[in-house]
Structures are given as structure tokens and as C-alpha cells.
Design a protein around this ligand. Structure first.
Ligand SMILES: C[C@H](O)[C@H](O)[C@H]1CNC2=NC(N)=NC(=O)C2=N1
Length: 104
């Protein structure tokens, strides 16, 4: 399936169920949040998000609330959710796990 083909609600729900910490907000958006031990650590993660977004050429909405970073994803060109949103969320989850492993 083309990466930018809009997913049905059922397909989107099935895909997001496999994404730890992510939920489907509505027809167009999925959302996930990450918590850090400090504001600088949260900001450092935003830098990693930016690198991944540029690599994938797929950019999330980024909310920064002190030690909590919230990402929201949709595929503008498809007018909804695509496999690229799900793949991006998976990458952010992997980057988060690696970042907190480093903090231990
Ligand atoms: C030209 C460039 O590839 C496109 O505008 C990319 C950029 N980043 C993007 N990010 C998101 N979330 N959706 C898109 O459709 C998208 N398109």
C-alpha cells in the first residue's frame, strides 16, 4: 500500500493499537506524549524529533509542556492518517526508549 494512502478508521485503529502510548484523536490525528526528568531533557528530545521528522520528511505538531512533550501526527497531503504517521510514531517511541535508557 502506498505510504501516503489514507487509512480507513478501522485500519488506523488497528495500527495505532500497536503503538505504545499513542491514541487516535479523531479521523485525522494520532497523539502521543513523552515525559522527561527535566525541561532540558524534554528540549533535547525535541531536537531528536526534528531530525527524525526531517529524515522521514513527515512533521508532527510538537507541544512542549515543561517536562512533557506531546506529538500529534496527520498526513496533510492525504487529508488524514497514513502508514507514514504510524511509522513516524514508532520511530519516536524508539527514540524515546533510547533516550531514557541513556538517562538511567
Ligand atoms: C514537500 C514535502 O515533502 C511535504 O510538504 C511533506 C512535508 N512534511 C509533511 N508532514 C506531514 N505531517 N504531512 C505531510 O503531508 C507532509 N508533507
Amino acid at each position: 500500500m502506498a505510504k501516503l494512502e489514507k487509512l480507513t478508521a478501522e485500519a488506523a485503529d488497528a495500527a495505532v493499537a500497536a503503538l505504545e502510548g499513542w491514541t487516535r484523536q479523531d479521523e485525522k490525528w494520532i497523539s502521543g506524549s513523552y515525559r522527561f526528568g527535566s525541561f532540558p531533557a524534554a528540549i533535547a528530545f525535541v531536537g531528536q524529533i526534528a531530525e527524525i521528522a526531517e529524515e522521514l520528511d513527515h512533521h508532527p505538531f510538537i507541544g512542549i509542556d515543561y517536562k512533557k512533550v506531546t506529538l500529534r501526527l496527520t498526513t496533510w497531503h492525504a487529508g488524514g492518517l497514513t502508514a507514514l504517521d504510524m511509522a513516524s510514531a514508532q520511530r519516536y517511541n524508539e527514540a524515546y526508549k533510547a533516550s531514557i535508557a541513556g538517562q538511567r
